[in-house]
Design a protein around this ligand. Structure first.
Ligand code: GRF
Length: 198
């Protein structure tokens, strides 16, 4: 059985990357082929190396905002790894439409809100400030517009009275680690029907 090759892009600790990698075993239709970061000191690179996965990093800072030049470098280890699927997992650089179009229809992202609500940053604080009763996370296909592509899965989390954004973020992250592997397994076997947890 030939497995789908999955490259995972991270910027930080990589807890979502770990949940994806640890799920790709046994009869799973995919296997990780690369973990790539824009920060050579990202804790997730160490966790990936400990799991025997090839890693690489391309620092965005020397490019001083020249995204096209940064992405041209980022593409090199990616093209070498020849992924069938690319997963953004806590990758905090906004990618250009040109980059995204190279992986159109095979790039996923996890976002800590119930999209289309709260695209962008500080999603937990914004949901609390708005007085929402529930919040959560979403996995979507990546398109040129930020946090905008077709939704493939969501997990809902109640907002508790007196919730802080830290406490809410921690509860949402637990569901991120369940939702992303669930969606990836379906996606790698060609199933794009949305899933709703719990
Ligand atoms: C997660 O909440 C993810 O949704 C957001 O960044 C956080 C990073 O988590 N984009 P990790 O690096 O996967 O631990």
């Amino acid at each position: 059985m030939s497995h789908k090759r999955v490259a995972i892009l991270i910027s930080g600790g990589g807890s979502n990357m770990v949940s994806l990698v640890d799920s790709m075993t046994g009869d799973h239709p995919a296997r990780p082929c690369l973990v790539l970061s824009n920060d050579a000191n990202a804790g997730g690179l160490t966790k990936a190396a400990e799991r025997g996965i090839p890693t690489a990093s391309v620092d965005h800072r020397p490019f001083k905002g020249d995204r096209a030049a940064f992405e041209a470098e980022l593409l090199k280890p990616l093209e070498e790894a020849q992924p069938d699927i690319v997963c953004l997992a806590g990758f905090m650089r906004v990618l250009t439409g040109g980059f995204v179009s190279r992986f159109q229809g095979r790039m996923l992202n996890i976002h800590p809100s119930l999209l289309p609500k709260y695209k962008g940053l500080n999603t937990h604080a914004r949901a609390i400030e708005a007085g929402d009763a529930e919040h959560g996370c979403s996995v979507h296909e990546v398109t040129a517009a930020l946090d905008d592509g077709p939704i493939l899965g969501q997990a809902r989390v109640d907002i508790e009275p007196g919730d802080t954004s830290e406490a809410l973020a921690a509860r949402v992250l637990v569901w991120e680690h369940k939702l992303y592997p669930t969606v990836l397994r379906r996606y790698a076997s060609g199933d794009r029907t949305p899933v709703l947890l719990p």
